[in-house]
Design a protein around this ligand. Structure first.
Ligand SMILES: Cc1ncc(COP(=O)(O)O)c(C=O)c1O
Length: 457
């Protein structure tokens, strides 16, 4: 297990990112924000106040907050077949159609699809399959999982162990043994003086290789990563990062799990983040925009190599013993199929490619604000980093809880974004318009101005 030395630069840096800005006690005192309705990119609270949700909820409400068409599909399906399972050689038509559809749009040749109800479960399944695969090919000791500091892959015991979020490990006794974490590629914050993006990426790949060599390549089973880090703060990979990282993963014959839970279905301007960054995964986990966030469904795509191991084990053990009651549920799969049809009909990719650059430009216009140190993004993901000193990139004192302050002020101005420490991430519904993007930035600028004033007062 890789523990961060408490005083290492990296530990302090991560602490500055994840310092607790919200806590249960505060929520208990203040009460929740009760959202009662939504339309397009807006949600309305129980007092009637409207918010422009530039986070698409949790990166998932890709088609906005209400859909007559998806409601009709769910309703019709519940009247026809409201439940069936995928156990013991059984299936139902939408699960079959959806699996075929996903395989037809996969970024690399994939063989099979396994359904679950959340991104966490998709990644959990992928992690179990890493262990199963290596046992099947006679290398049961090759089971360590390498993720990245600040990576996020879900909240189940295994998927959070693969994640690199110290705040989600502390006092849960996690990560489990056998889960390791390598550097995260946050060029802006972590590059050294004079270090180009390419040089930084080389250093990231070398750090991964050193970790593998330290642990023993024969024990390292898989690498798991998001194409763009979402919950880590909207961190876009620096130039050449993925080429160099993938070379190391291949060199040590590790499986590569690409977590497309946020990036899948258009978010980066291609159907998959794997296409944007030329990734060659063995397994792909997807969720969120798969059903426009309107039904809890996830899908894990696996390649032939992994599926062969399932067949081999089935020959040996007589069974593939893994599954979930609601996996491939008729309502969730019917809604997901319809969501993919809607994406085609509206030319969702064309739309993201048009408005994505507009979002990037609009976000970049905030770089002149005294609080903003870095602006970055790709497609319909954008992120801003607030810093105390633009020249030295020094972060604010975590005790100031600046992110929480700007979050509160943004809500006052009717804007919802995702605050991760002092980082502000945007992942608006994929249907957002240019006018709405302008509105997001206007509201955020007001919130930043107010925060700047509060800081000086
Ligand atoms: C990249 C990534 N993977 C996995 C998950 C977990 O998905 P879920 O919350 O559906 O379990 C998330 C959630 O935000 C995510 O961002």
């Amino acid at each position: 297990m890789t523990y961060l030395a408490p005083n290492s630069v990296q530990a302090r840096d991560i602490a500055a990112i994840v310092h607790p800005q919200t806590n249960l006690l505060r929520h208990m005192e203040e009460g929740p924000l009760v959202i009662g309705a939504g339309d397009g990119c807006f949600v309305t609270d129980d007092s009637g106040k409207r918010y422009l949700d530039a986070a698409a909820g949790l990166w998932c409400a890709s088609l906005g907050y209400a859909s007559e068409r998806l409601a009709r599909v769910a309703y019709d399906q519940m009247r026809k077949l409201g439940y069936y399972h995928l156990y013991r050689g059984t299936t139902q038509e939408h699960a079959v159609d959806l699996a075929e559809r996903l395989l037809s749009i996969a970024p690399v040749p994939m063989s099979k699809v396994l359904f679950q109800c959340s991104g966490s479960e998709a990644n959990d399944t992928a992690l179990k399959l890493v262990w199963y695969y290596h046992a099947a090919i006679g290398k049961p000791e090759k089971r360590k999982i390498i993720g990245r500091h600040m990576g996020y892959h879900g909240s189940t015991s295994a998927s959070i162990s693969a994640s690199g979020k110290p705040d989600m490990h502390t006092d849960f006794g996690l990560p489990f043994p056998g889960f390791l974490h390598t550097e995260f590629p946050h060029y802006y914050r972590r590059h050294e003086a004079g270090e180009s993006e390419e040089m930084f990426s080389t250093r990231m790949a070398e750090a991964l290789e050193q970790l593998i060599l330290r642990e023993g390549p024969e024990t390292c089973g898989a690498f798991i990563a998001e194409p763009v880090m979402g919950a880590g703060g909207g961190i876009v990979p620096p130039r050449t990062y993925w080429d160099k990282m993938q070379a190391v993963i291949r060199k040590y014959d590790m499986l590569f799990i690409v977590d497309e839970v946020i990036c899948g279905f258009g978010r980066t301007g291609n159907m998959w983040g794997s296409q944007t960054y030329d990734l060659k995964p063995d397994m792909i986990s997807s969720a969120k925009a798969l059903s426009a966030g309107m039904q809890p469904i996830s899908a894990l795509l696996i390649n032939q190599r992994v599926f062969d191991s399932m067949l081999d084990e089935s020959r040996k053990l007589g069974n593939f013993a893994h599954g979930f009651t609601y996996a491939g549920h008729p309502v969730t799969t019917a809604v997901a199929m319809e969501t993919l049809r809607i994406y085609d009909e509206m030319d969702m990719l064309g739309h993201v490619r048009r408005v994505g650059p507009y979002l990037q430009q609009a976000a970049a216009s905030l770089a002149d604000h005294p609080l903003v140190g870095d602006v970055r993004g790709v497609g319909l993901i954008a992120a801003l980093e607030m810093v105390a000193d633009k020249d030295t990139r020094a972060p604010f004192d975590p005790g100031l809880k600046l992110g929480a302050t700007v979050d509160r002020l943004a809500r006052e101005h009717g804007l919802i974004a995702r605050f991760i420490g002092d980082r502000i991430a945007f992942s608006p519904p994929l249907i957002i318009t240019e006018a709405e993007i302008d509105e997001v930035m206007t509201r955020l600028r007001h919130a930043l101005d107010d925060a700047w004033k509060e800081l000086r007062d």
